[in-house]
Design a protein around this ligand. Sequence first.
Ligand code: ADP
Ligand code: MG
Ligand code: MG
Length: 327
Amino acid sequence: MKEARPTGEMELMDMTVTSGSGSGLPFLIQRTVARTIKITELIGNGRYGQVYLGYYQGEPVAVKKFFSRDEKSWCRETEIYNTLLLRHDNILGFFASDMVSNNGVTELWLITQYHQFGSLYDFLMQEAVSPKVMLQMAISMCSGLAHLHTELFGTQAKPAIAHRDMKTKNVLVKNNMTCCIADFGLAVFKNMNEMNIPTNPKQGTKRYMAPEILNETVNMKSFESFKHVDVYALGLILWELCRRSTGVSGVPEDYEVPLQGMVPPDPSFEDMRRVVLLREMTKVMRECWYYTSTARPTAVYLKKKLLKMSQELEKMNYGDHDIQQAT
Ligand code: ADP
Ligand code: MG
Ligand code: MG
């Protein structure tokens, strides 16, 4: 028998009792909880389901209803939230998971703290932030990810968890203008006895995928690889956040998704591989501009580096196409 212990604003203890199946994923007995939640409006749409605002004894909660075909994602999220010590200010607060029978149709619910500002993506589309808030949000996200990534031992033991779908739509904005990380449907974990490694690395959101995922060079045997992939995506999130801050580039810039205008709205793996490769050019330029003269690359190094890029581009069958367009 496992019990989640909510430490959030509300104590919903009677919602959190689940029965363990004894092995593997927790088998959740149907509870009366869901019936006592009053669902009101739809607040979010994701790939795996729909998120509603509900009320439990007058207190707002978020209810994520999974499509039945996405049972795997519900199980994984439940497993991550329910069996691992995950309580942290910057991780979405979990109350309960439930299987609900609605007119003979089984619904899979995940009940969490409700955050009225919604995702960081929605927030940044509307709002600019002061440098103070920008840093506060950045620090809070890093704290959340640091907690997630860290394996703890002893009585407070917790496995290392990699998120695998870090993006502004999976970060929520709290009332105090800090953030918390949500959506653990693709997360993997590692502890002393067990390593849970994905079979398919190319899951998640293409726009946020690290080069090593796109070109399939990621070391699938090392859990650390997945942490590095999370950090790559975190960098893009920080970019989205910084653009909306005053004082970074003068006035806040309009919200843009990462690589906006550089890849189409629903990019293919090919689109992504090409743009991620070509973005190496910005690194090359920055290196040439190093303030410290001796830190600048040599012309020989640059020639080799650019030749390598050009060969990789050719392998992708993009070279010719581009040359034609450029002339
Ligand atoms: P999916 O796995 O389908 O992507 P998410 O858990 O990411 O689902 O939720 C989808 C969207 O719903 C989020 O991007 C966010 O806008 C909204 N949302 C999710 N959870 C909450 C919450 N607890 N409070 C407020 N909005 C939420
Ligand atoms: Mg999501
Ligand atoms: Mg998800």
